[in-house]
Design a protein around this ligand. Structure first.
Ligand SMILES: [Zn+2]
Length: 206
C-alpha cells in the first residue's frame, strides 16, 4: 500500500512521502493482456464479477473476485481487487480471523455478488470525480485471433458459432494449428500447403 500524504479537512498536510522514481516491473504486453482478461471477469455473462456491471458501466475497469470457505453454501470471506487507469480499489468482507461465516446456507453468493456490489458502486461514483485517464493502447507484439474454445486452436469455418471467441495472444505464443476437432487437418496438411493444392496439385500450376 502506498500513502502519498495525510491531509486534514482544512488542507493541512500532516505527513508527506517522497515518491521513488517509477521503474518497470512487468512487460507492458503482459500487463495489457492481464487487464484484458480481468475486464472479462466483469463483461462476460459467466464472469464471476458480472454483478459489478450492474453498478459500474465504465468499460476500463478490470477486477478479480475471490471467495473463501465456500463449502455447503458457507462463505467466510468475499473480496474484489480491481482497478481502472485512475484508481486501485480492494473490497474485503469478512471477519478478522477468517473463521467466522458471513453467509451460511446459500450457494449463489461469493466475492462477485457480495463484495462486487460494494466495489462496483464505489468505482462507479469515484469515476465521476476522477480524471478519466485513457487506457494504455495495445502494445506491439500482441495479435488478435478467433479461436475455438473447445480446443484453444484457431477457429475454422466448421467450428460452431457458440465456440468461437476472439482472444489476444503474445505473438510468440499464438496458436498456429487450426481447430483439430472441427476439420483442422484439412486446413493445415503437411508442407504448409492448403488442402486444395494437395488434392489438385496441377490445377493451380501456371
Ligand atoms: Zn473447433
Amino acid at each position: 500500500m502506498l500513502i502519498k500524504s495525510i491531509i486534514d479537512p482544512q488542507n493541512k498536510v500532516w505527513k508527506s512521502a517522497s515518491l521513488p522514481e517509477p521503474t518497470r516491473v512487468l512487460d507492458e504486453r503482459i500487463a495489457w493482456l492481464v487487464t484484458d482478461a480481468l475486464k472479462q471477469v466483469i463483461t462476460q455473462a459467466n464472469g464471476t464479477g458480472r454483478p459489478i456491471a450492474n453498478w459500474c458501466s465504465d468499460p476500463r475497469v478490470a477486477a478479480k473476485t475471490g471467495t473463501t470457505g465456500n463449502t455447503n453454501g458457507r462463505v467466510n470471506s468475499a473480496w474484489v481487487a480491481g482497478y481502472s487507469p485512475d484508481l486501485v480499489t480492494i473490497v474485503y468482507i469478512g471477519g478478522d480471523d477468517y473463521e467466522q461465516a458471513i453467509v451460511a446456507g446459500s450457494r449463489d453468493v461469493g466475492g462477485g455478488t457480495l463484495a462486487g456490489a460494494v466495489w462496483g458502486r464505489f468505482m462507479g461514483k469515484a469515476q465521476q470525480i476522477l480524471p478519466n485517464t485513457p487506457e494504455a493502447p495495445m502494445p506491439d507484439g500482441i495479435i488478435k485471433l478467433e479461436i475455438c474454445t473447445s480446443t484453444g486452436e484457431k477457429a475454422t469455418f466448421r467450428c460452431p458459432d457458440e465456440l468461437r471467441q476472439e482472444e489476444y495472444f503474445l505473438q510468440e505464443f499464438a496458436p498456429e494449428q487450426s481447430c483439430s476437432e472441427h476439420g483442422g487437418s484439412w486446413f493445415q496438411p503437411g508442407e504448409g500447403k492448403p488442402w486444395w493444392e494437395i488434392l489438385f496439385p496441377n490445377l493451380f500450376k501456371p
